[in-house]
Design a protein around this ligand. Structure first.
Ligand SMILES: Cc1cc2nc3c(=O)[nH]c(=O)nc-3n(C[C@H](O)[C@H](O)[C@H](O)COP(=O)(O)OP(=O)(O)OC[C@H]3O[C@@H](n4cnc5c(N)ncnc54)[C@H](O)[C@@H]3O)c2cc1C
Length: 287
């Protein structure tokens, strides 16, 4: 099933979960345990991220296949252009398609570790819209794309970023998932600006229940431009080394944010889980 259709047919909020590809066997076992626990919230789908290296691309594909086959949950694989030629992307897409993965999040990708600038490889793509078009021309697959309520950090303006987002949707993205954010007002202003451009695909808020202050600080450094509410930062700071109190503060903030988003008509929530289950389980339980 194409994931975008889930939002059309929805009766309940559509919850989805994002996991990163672990580096080793211990991480893989922990990931499966986390997903198994999180099945309790009946996620409509899960997604598996893709790192910058070619080897990660293959690992992401194989993990997505394994999760879908072993746990029976619809799985979307992230696919990035970083360091990859068209023929390599074609090969990975073919492999996933043959093994039942029917949904791809088409991304340009982050720069490889240690690099700050993103450059395309010869024979590869420069932007996610090119990858989305490539997928649509060759495969019968559901295609998603990323979007940024507070602007992608490389874009000169939010307007320019939305121009490029329109290209991504025209190229075939039928579902958009946002970068994580903490300020719902920014999400709604963004949705309004995108809708004014005639884009009507679901724009799914990406939410992360924050675990502690260092987690929040890391998120802020990895997602330049994300506004961090001082109330959340203060609550995490005053929790100090008390992990449980910090987790409670992160969950309380995320639950209030999700409740408000869903009440105001958001199509669902995509949780950034960091491969852990507790914070997301508690957030959904308190909705
Ligand atoms: C939900 C979600 C999941 C993610 N998963 C991963 C992952 O698994 N692995 C990973 O490495 N990263 C991931 N990322 C991060 C993402 O790869 C980075 O933010 C990256 O810098 C941009 O990717 P994009 O697909 O949005 O790129 P693009 O849509 O290509 O946009 C990148 C920049 O180029 C501009 N642009 C876009 N199209 C054009 C065009 N045609 N001409 C000129 N300029 C253009 C945009 O305005 C933007 O500034 C994810 C992000 C989100 C929101």
């Amino acid at each position: 099933m194409r994931i975008a259709e889930l939002y059309v047919a929805k009766r309940e909020p559509v919850f989805s979960l994002e996991f990163f590809t672990p580096k080793n066997e211990t991480g893989r076992r922990a990931l499966f345990r986390a997903i198994e626990r999180l099945l309790a919230i009946e996620p409509a789908f899960v997604s598996i991220t893709c790192g910058a290296a070619g080897t990660t691309r293959q690992r992401t594909a194989d993990l997505a296949i394994e999760v879908q086959q072993e746990l029976g949950v619809t799985t979307m694989a992230h696919l990035v252009c970083t360091g990859t030629t068209r023929s390599e992307l074609d090969e990975t897409l073919r492999h996933m398609h043959e093994h039942g993965i029917h949904n791809i999040l088409a991304l340009r990708g982050d720069p490889p570790r240690g690099e700050t600038d993103w450059t395309p490889v010869e024979g590869g793509f420069a932007h996610a819209n090119e990858l989305a078009a490539f997928i649509g021309e060759r495969f019968d697959l559901g295609i998603g794309g990323a979007c940024y309520p507070e602007k992608h950090h490389e874009a000169p303006s939010l307007e320019a970023d939305i121009d490029n987002l329109v290209r991504k949707v025209e190229a075939g993205a039928e579902l958009l998932i946002t970068q994580l954010f903490f300020d719902n007002q920014r999400y709604w202003s963004f949705v309004e600006a995108v809708r004014e451009r005639g884009v009507d695909v679901p724009i799914v808020p990406g939410i992360m229940p924050v675990l502690n202050l260092s987690n929040l600080q890391r998120i802020a450094s990895l997602s330049p431009g994300t506004s961090v509410p001082s109330a959340l930062e203060d609550a995490l700071r005053s929790a100090g080394d008390d992990d449980e109190t910090a987790l409670e503060a992160g969950v309380a903030f995320a639950a209030a944010q999700c409740r408000e988003l869903l009440n105001d008509g958001a199509p669902g929530i995509h949780f950034y889980t960091l491969n852990r289950s507790k914070a997301t389980l508690r957030t959904v339980a308190s909705l």
